[in-house]
Design a protein around this ligand. Structure first.
Ligand code: ATP
Ligand code: MG
Length: 764
């Protein structure tokens, strides 16, 4: 054993070390959460490079999110004490985009293709459904896109689907037409949707063995994290990539194909709804004969109390191999339970606890708050903003989903990929320049007859017999796009963007508008310019295509900037693979967890239980489980029932905190017994079980209307009254403008930080 390499094995247990050192064609590491699977992958990569068994460029590592990829790269570089240039560490989608950008011209696409996100797909499907009058058959953009996505994940296309379809069923016939038109539209727009990225790469490899051979020859090691969540298309991609290369220049028997290492945990499979197939892990040994299997059992992440809760919950799934996680770090603190009156009350508890932990020295970025549905963020955000708690929503695609941001991206796309008709249609009359639907139809049919693109039709405006004003409007737009295209050749994404949004009139239309919302929209565009500048700093060689690719991939999965110094808010799905010192699992209620959509699906409640298990096992030291007695959901406030999964945790592991209505804290009635009864029976309670007086006494304190104390002057020494916290004294005021924060010592509620602009306070 050479001493210089030992740092890669020190600090690994014997099974982990074996996994790092094993050399064979196929290796499967199966183990529960926090047992060091990802760490083993990282060390294995470093070992291969350090031993010169592989160049960095011969390694392909697949992670589930971009964030995980960035982390893994950092760790490997840390272990190697330097950059590992040329190594591919990325998500399935990013790896496929990279391959497709290089190879797309082999099969009728060009490398400047657009990536459609789900809302782009839906816009397209909406038009197609309308053309076929298929809405009367019950087709919607949402259900059609879900069905198409599912098929693509199984590597079915419209043709293969049609071969097995029942053509006497009008629904099937209509669906096939929609699917076909959708495929055609993508192709003529030079666009891939998200599922295509993987499926088309597989088709490419199968149709062009010499292209496949390039990659089969390039990669000596393929490593996949979170293998339990791969779907059929992803599985097929891995098979293609690890095959022996064939064709001219490749001698049979000289290259057995890349070695494959996969790690996973079937208890953490949470993407069945997207076609993830647990069988990929269960049948690994059959698919890759001679595969070595290594089990890891020791958990290095969490305390025993947290693990015992996780073990107890997951043991209720019957179709699994029993494995028990253990640790030698000790029991640790008990899990803390809390039942709020409402979602807001629950959120207030979370915020207050975070403040306490922070005051005691815990950094904000060591804390995470998880929830099942995005809708739950509303209450959390309102309270966090009021409490001036720094937070960041991870995986929140919100910014990129805003209409004005999508408009700006449509401009950029029209420059990069003029064939993308969807993008050109989006910008043609945004901002309003008098080009109505009739004109667009005329332009589109000209394009069709002339066998050119809608983008090129804009250039011909003067020959199409429009009036002078219309001709002028169209030509001006075309000229702006040309100018931006010339700029794009030379680089600087921010300049291209600035040119587009100013010269097209997009930003001025918002700035001059009387709608107060438009001011915020203009600010968002400014923010987008800032994003491009940041991108340029981080990627000096990045082109406009690279930028659009990054945003398309990142916005879909996780976040572009890091969250240092802030509390992370995310869905349980996004939390996979991550760990935090302290975790708040919120909304542990029936209809949320298990989600009401899953309740009647076969395997649904079991998958939701795995999701709960994933959430619990993210916590290192401290775990909070919270719920509310009433929750505003689907537009109404309803009584919420404790989740069935709560009862699966042994009672002695949880310490239930005083509920907010208890006499000493807020002077209300004591609902604790009621809570206990409710979560033990988990049935029976209905709206009537809540005394009306309580509802009245504890209305949602925070309502939709956000107040504005914009000009309230506060200085140290001032006394104020807060709707909830009562009277207090201002100790300090920090921040500026709308971000001014008052640090207040309340007489009974203790120290709080309040965002002055919106806090429910008055000077007394
Ligand atoms: P998950 O299933 O949640 O993805 P995992 O099996 O990938 O978990 P890791 O994230 O690799 O687990 O490891 C969990 C934590 O334990 C990490 O902080 C890691 O650094 C630490 N860890 C893993 N192995 C060891 C070890 N042998 N000694 C000390 N710490 C370890
Ligand atoms: Mg992991």
């Amino acid at each position: 054993e050479n001493a210089a390499s030992d740092h890669l094995l020190d600090g690994l247990n014997p099974q982990q070390a074996e996994a790092v050192e094993y050399r064979g064609q196929a290796l499967l590491i199966v183990a529960g959460a926090g047992s060091g699977k990802t760490r083993v992958l990282t060390h294995r990569i470093a070992r291969l490079i350090e031993n010169r068994e592989a160049w960095p460029s011969q390694i392909l590592a697949i992670t589930f999110t971009n964030k995980a990829a960035a982390e893994m790269r950092e760790r490997v570089e840390g272990l190697l004490g330097g950059r590992a240039e040329g190594m591919w560490i990325s998500t399935f989608h990013s790896a496929c985009v990279r391959i497709l950008r290089r190879e797309a011209d082999n099969f009728g696409f060009s490398k400047n293709f657009t990536i459609y996100d789900s809302s782009d797909s839906r816009v397209l499907l909406k038009r197609i459904i309308k053309q076929h009058d298929a809405d009367v058959l019950g087709f919607t953009p949402a259900n059609a896109s879900a069905k198409i996505s599912k098929l693509k994940n199984e590597l079915a296309d419209a043709e293969s689907y049609a071969r097995n379809a029942n053509m006497s069923d009008p629904n099937e016939v209509a669906f096939i037409e929609i699917f076909r038109d959708y495929e055609r539209a993508l192709r003529s727009a030079n666009a891939f949707d998200f599922d295509d990225l993987i499926a088309q790469t597989v088709y490419l490899f199968r149709a062009f063995p010499q292209v496949a051979a390039l990659y089969q020859n390039k990669f000596r090691h393929v490593l996949v994290d979170e293998y339990q969540d791969t779907n059929h298309a992803q599985y097929s991609l891995i098979r293609e990539l690890t095959r022996e290369p064939e064709g001219a220049g490749y001698l049979p028997g000289t290259n057995p194909g890349a070695a494959l290492t996969v790690v996973g945990d079937s208890d953490q499979s949470i993407y069945a709804f997207r076609g993830a197939d647990i069988r990929n892990i269960v049948e690994f040994e059959r698919d890759f004969p001679g595969a070595k299997v290594i089990l890891l059992e020791q958990n290095y992440r969490s305390t025993q109390n947290i693990l015992s809760a996780a073990n107890a919950v997951i043991a209720n799934n019957f179709d699994r191999k029993d494995k028990k996680l253990w640790t030698d770090v000790g029991d640790g603190e008990k899990i803390i339970g809390y039942t709020g009156y409402s979602g807001h009350d629950e959120a207030q508890f979370v915020a207050d606890e975070i403040e306490k932990l922070h005051s005691a020295g815990l950094a904000y970025n060591e804390i995470a708050v998880f929830y099942r549905t995005n809708a739950q963020t509303r209450a959390l955000e309102e309270i966090f903003v009021r409490s001036a708690l720094p937070y960041k929503i991870m995986g929140g695609t919100k910014f990129y989903e805003r209409a004005e941001i999508k408009d700006a991206f449509a401009y950029l796309t029209a420059v990069v990929n003029p064939a993308d008709e969807l993008a050109v249609r989006r910008i043609i009359n945004t901002p309003k320049r008098g080009i109505g639907p009739a004109t667009v139809t005329q332009l589109a049919s000209f394009a069709e007859n002339a066998e050119t693109t809608l983008r090129d039709a804009l250039r011909e405006a003067s020959t199409l017999g429009f009036g002078p004003k219309m001709t002028r409007a169209i030509s001006d737009l075309s000229a702006v796009l040309d100018e931006a295209a010339a700029l794009a050749e030379k680089g600087k994404v921010s300049e291209v963007l600035t040119t587009l949004i100013t010269k097209s009139g997009l930003i001025d239309a918002l700035r001059l508008s009387r709608d107060p919302q438009d001011e915020a929209r203009a600010e968002n565009l400014d923010e987008l310019v800032a994003v491009t500048k940041e991108y340029e700093r981080n990627n000096p060689d990045g082109t406009l295509i690279d930028f659009l690719t990054e945003v398309a991939l990142v916005a879909a999965a996780d976040d572009i900037d890091d969250a240092s110094g802030t509390v992370s808010l995310m869905t349980l799905h996004t939390a996979k693979g991550l760990e935090f010192n302290t975790v708040f699992l919120t909304g542990i209620e029936e209809d949320l967890l298990p989600h009401r959509m899953s309740a009647n699906e076969p395997g649904g409640p079991a998958e939701e239980r795995r999701l709960f298990y994933v959430g619990i096992t993210r916590a290192r030291k401290r775990l909070y489980l919270s719920l509310a007695m009433t929750r505003a959901q689907y537009g109404e406030t309803a009584v919420a029932m404790p989740s069935r999964y709560l009862q699966e945790i042994p009672a002695e592991l949880i310490e239930w905190k005083q509920s907010p209505g208890s006499a000493n804290s807020r002077g209300g009635t004591q609902p604790r017994a009621l809570n206990a009864r409710r979560w033990q029976s988990n049935r029976g309670a209905d709206a009537a079980a809540l005394p009306p007086a309580e509802k009245k006494q504890w209305p949602n304190r925070v309502t939709g209307t956000v107040r504005d104390n914009g000009d309230l002057e506060l200085a140290p020494g001032d006394r104020i009254r807060h709707t909830d916290f009562g009277e207090g004294r201002v100790n300090n005021v920090t921040g500026e403008g709308s971000k001014r924060v008052a640090h207040v010592q309340f007489e009974t509620a203790g120290a709080k930080k309040l965002l002055i602009k919106i806090a429910p306070i008055e000077k007394i």
